[in-house]
Design a protein around this ligand. Structure first.
Ligand SMILES: [Zn+2]
Length: 154
């Protein structure tokens, strides 16, 4: 997958330049997200304005016409899934990755591309709020699991 190919596939959804700075290793998981989100949001004028790397994960800004609560929640869960996948996917090659502290930044890297200091505290992932409680990305099942909210975790 390349940025040009991704843009071509999702041309009607992506703003020009929206994926210009997405690391190559994350284009595959971004493509999966866009396919799922486009299907879910059909008829809502769903658009992705910008996707950037932030704190070792993908941060995505989207817009759509007002939609049902259920559909909004489903879309938010897709965003949480994408974030969880990016935090555990090497930004360079797309293999299984971990968070590393590198020059004051955080990068998701695999063993082959590792540099800096591995951040063990990130291994459990982050709790994220949904309309039906908190969830966390489970890398082994590649799915969101319900969790109890712990103060200061979000
Ligand atoms: Zn790698």
């Amino acid at each position: 997958m390349t940025r040009n190919r991704l843009y071509h596939i999702h041309r009607g959804v992506l703003f020009p330049g929206a994926v210009a700075r997405v690391p190559a290793g994350w284009l595959g998981i971004l493509d999966e997200y866009l396919r799922a989100a486009t299907t879910l949001m059909e008829g809502s004028d769903f658009r992705v304005q910008r996707v950037v790397e932030s704190h070792g994960g993908l941060d995505l800004k989207w817009a759509a016409r007002p939609t049902s609560v259920a559909r909004f929640d489903a879309l938010e869960r897709l965003v949480i899934l994408l974030e969880g996948r990016s935090l555990t996917t090497c930004r360079v090659c797309g293999k299984r990755g971990h968070g590393y502290a590198v020059d004051g930044d955080i990068l998701a890297l695999c063993n082959d591309h590792a540099t800096g200091t591995r951040i063990r505290e990130r291994e459990q992932g982050f709790a994220r709020a949904t309309l039906n409680g908190f969830v966390r990305y489970d890398v082994d099942t590649d799915a969101l699991v319900d969790v109890e909210h712990r103060a200061g975790d979000v």
